[in-house]
Ligand binder design. Sequence first.
Ligand code: F3S
Length: 538
Amino acid sequence: MKRKDRDPKKGIGRREFHKTAVAAVGLSVVGPHIPAAQAATGGKAQVAQAAASAAARDPGSAGTFGIPDYAQHMLTSDMDGLGPDGKPTGQKATFTGASKADSTVENAAQHQMTLTEEEQAILDGKDGEEKAKLMKILVAFGNAFGAEKLVELGGAPHSNLYIGAPYLSSLIDMLQQCAEAGLKSYAPYTVNPRPYDVYNVQNNPTDMELIYQGYPEQMRLDWVHSKLGAPDLNYRTCACYIKDIGNAPEPGTYVAWCESSAVNYGNSVLGIRTNRYGAGMEMVCALLGKAPLFGLMTDEGRKAKWLIDVKTSKEPDWGVLGTAIGRKVVEDVPYIAGAEDYFGGEVTDDNWHKLKYMGSATAAAGAVGLYHVEGVTPDAKEKGRDLLAEGYETYVYDDKEQLAIIDSFENLWPEPDGDPTTAFIGCPHCNYEESVRWATMIIDALDKAGQEKTAIPVYIFMPTVVRTRILIENSELASRAKAAGVSYTNMCAVSYSGMKGFSERIRGVTNSAKNRNYSSIRYFPDQKLIDIILTGKV
Ligand code: F3S
C-alpha cells in the first residue's frame, strides 16, 4: 500500500470541515479519556509530554538527551495489560504496536535517526527558535522508538488536546507561543469534543461550579486551537472520520493522530498509517508536517501477532468482543476472523458503529492501535492471512468466553443496589445514522409501551454538525425525542460520566464498552438499554 503525497485540500475529505486558512502549532498532553477530576492522578499521555519537555530543555544535540527521574517509564507508559478476568497481567504497553517494553532508557537514547539536510537545518534554527525546539522534541521521540527517519505527513491532523484543565496550563502556554511565532499546522485539523456542555444538558449549580473549577483554561485552549488551525467548535468530535466531519485521509496516508479511538479506527478501517500518540506529540508532528517512521506506520508493524477466531453462535456483542481482544493482545495487532458475515463485505454508514464500539474497546481495555477484520478492513482485503506474523497465537472467542468477559464487568455504581439514573449513548461519538437510529428505537419503544417520556434522561453524544443536521432533516423525530427526555449533546461522554461530583451521584448505563472501561458507568446491550430507559430499572 503506497503512501499518498501530502495534499492538504484533498486530505480533508468528502466535506470541507474547515474553510478557514490555518494557523498552527502546539504541544500538549492529555489522554482522550482523562476527565479533569481524574487528571490530577496523571495519565499515559503525560509521560510523553514529560519526555518532550525534557528534550526541549536539553541543550545537547538530538539523541543525547537524558531522561529525568519523573519520566523513567516513558517507554512503557502507564497502561497495564489485563487478563480475561480483568486483573492486571503485568504486561505494559507503548501504544505503538511495536512493543519496546523491554527496552532500557539508556539503549533507546543511544539510537540516532538520520535527518535530511533540511531537517537538520530546522533543528539548527533555520526556521526559528520554536521550530528548532519542536524538531528536537520530535527527533528525541523518534530516537526513543528506534525510528530510522522522519516522513512527510498527508491528510490532516487530529488532536485530542481538548481539556482546559489547570494541569495543562504550561502546555497551552507552549501552544500559544508557537501560534504567536506564526507557526501553522500543515493542514486544517480536527479536535476531540469539549469535556462539558453548558447548553444541551441540564447542569445544576454544583455542576457549573465543577466546570468552572475544573476547566478554567478551556477558553484559552479553544482560542489556541483556533489560531493553530481548528477554528470551528461545531466540528469537535472524536469520530473525525465520519462523513459530516470529513477528516478521513486516503488509505496509506501517513498521519500523526492521538485520539485512541480515532487512531484505532483510522488505521484499521480507513487504512491510514499512524502510531498512537499522546496528546502533544501529534501537535509537534502537525506543526512540522513530519513524523518518525516506526511501528504501525510500517508494513512489519502492521502484521498481526494474534488470530482472533470469533465462533459465537450469533452476532457477537461488539463492545464485549473488543474488551476481550484488548485484554488478550494488549497492544499487539489482532487479525479477526469469523466476523465478515456481519458486514456484508463492506463498512457502511449504517454498520460502521460495530467496528467503532469493538475497536475503541480494544484501545481502552488494551492499547490496540490497529486491527484487521478478515474480508472487511482494507489491509485484510488486500493481503488476507499473509498479515499474520510468524509464530502468531490464536484466541478463540465463543459464547462461553463472551459470558466470562461480561461476568468480569463489576458494578461500580456509588450505590450498587440503586436504580439507574442516566443513559449515555455513544462513545466514540455517533454519526447521523446512528443518532437517528437510537432516537427512533427509543420513540418506537415508548409508543409501543404507551409512554410519553423515558424513565431516565438519555444523552446521545455527537458533533454539533450532526445534531444540526438531525434538526433540519429529521425535525419531527428530534422534537419528539427531546420532549421525551432525550438530549443530543456534543461533549465527551467519558469526561461527563467521570466528572467529579456528577460521577459520584449518578448511576449511569451505556452502550459503550470504552466508557465502561474508564468510569463507574455500567454496560448493557442495546435492547436491554432500551428496556432500562423505559422502566428506569435494570
Ligand atoms: Fe470520544 Fe470522549 Fe469517548 S473523546 S471516544 S466520547 S472518551
